[in-house]
Design a protein around this ligand. Sequence first.
Ligand SMILES: [Zn+2]
Length: 366
Amino acid sequence: MRPYPHLLLMLALSFVLLDISVSDSGPISHPTIRFSVKEIFPKIKEWFKASGIGQVFKTLWADLTRQQAPITRGTKLDGLGKIKVFLDLLGYVNPVLGLIDDVFDVAFELAVKSYQTTYSLNSTGALDFDTLQHMSYPRCGVADIVNNKTTINTVDPNHWWIEGKTEFTYGFLPNTSMLNGIADDDIRALIKDAFSKWSNITMLNFTESKYNVSDIVIVFTELDGKGAVVGGSDGNSTVHFGYFYVDKEEQWVLPGENKTEEAIDLESVVIHQIGHLLGLEHSTAEDSVMYPSILPSNESKLNFADNDIERIQKLYPRPSSPPSPAPAPASQGHSSPTTASGGVGLGCRGLVTVLSIGFAFVVLFY
Ligand SMILES: [Zn+2]
């Protein structure tokens, strides 16, 4: 019995796939990380532009209190330009319209109105107490609108990782200390716990590794000053790595610690950012860990809402029954390595098994 020509072709292609699989399962180095934080993590660089926004919110709150009327179109006010930057980075400003200055123009009015609509506020386009208060809650720096399209309550179909990957590593960008007043070991334990929470509701695993060979890089950095944006995340599908950043300028606390009015619960923010890295966008469900802002009524979120579990399990379906422990039957020689459905990839070991069976078939019957 002689093999069919397409079987030999399949075998040759399989070895090409094996080569890709091996390089994928090995360390992925990020040589560019030797450059500055600003160059490698563009979202961090962007938020530097909003530096001082937390103070601007406080000043405008005082202005509103004094004049007892909303700020409306035509007004020129110190600091308004910073709020334009803030709304722009969150995706609310139409890039074609408006200037980044202190004038309340039409583009800004539209941006405010869009923000109000997103968060079910009174949609007037004027900067009133409710709107300013909502904007000034500590929040995530990931945009609510991308390319003029809302991402709220959606999932991101564009993975930064290679499809089928289930084993992830994460590492910390070297720093003199991660966060002032909190021991690095405590932060490491907290982040491990946050990853475990996501592992429990997906089929994914996360292990700490060196930052320059990790799939996920964690950065503690100055950002936009105290208040406003407290962290964010992004992924790069070219070099297949994701990162999330935490604003060092905030006052952070560990779960269960007594917190002051301005303190931010670190694990809640880390859980939120991991959710982004796994493909979840923001949710407007206030009990969701993916709600963008930290509301005074919901400052600590260590447990998933139904909304979170439903969305993540759409992306990473769990098998309906446990996998069979019996070995797979011998191949008839026509199957080729493929990626299993449901986001569960065929690992390198599985690929080698398939190839070995295919190769044995050729040797036996050629
Ligand atoms: Zn977010």
